[in-house]
Design a protein around this ligand. Sequence first.
Ligand code: FES
Length: 112
Amino acid sequence: MAFERVARLDALPAGRGLRVTLQGIEVGLFRVGDDVYAMENACPHAGLPLSEGSLEGCVVTCTAHGWRFDVRTGHPPEDADGFPIPCFAVRVEDDAVWVDLDAPTNRRGRGA
Ligand code: FES
């Protein structure tokens, strides 16, 4: 597979994520400064969409019960040894965000 265009860069809100669906998989896009990160959108606690959580810096906090994840790694910020949420390669080009689901950026990404 290859990078697929999933959103306009200016559609990404500040302080939250943006939910997109790619090949039937729901992905949250998170903007941190000039960078964008893509992470599977289901919170591992009870499955709520992390894109609706509160994003501060590189950490998103789930609205339901407060679990926190670093959107750059998929790990809780205080526990880099557990199982991360799958994260995927992102490219920003021509004011658009592109994601490649077959280019995982952590060991639980698809195809890892
Ligand atoms: S569903 Fe995310 S913390 Fe409970």
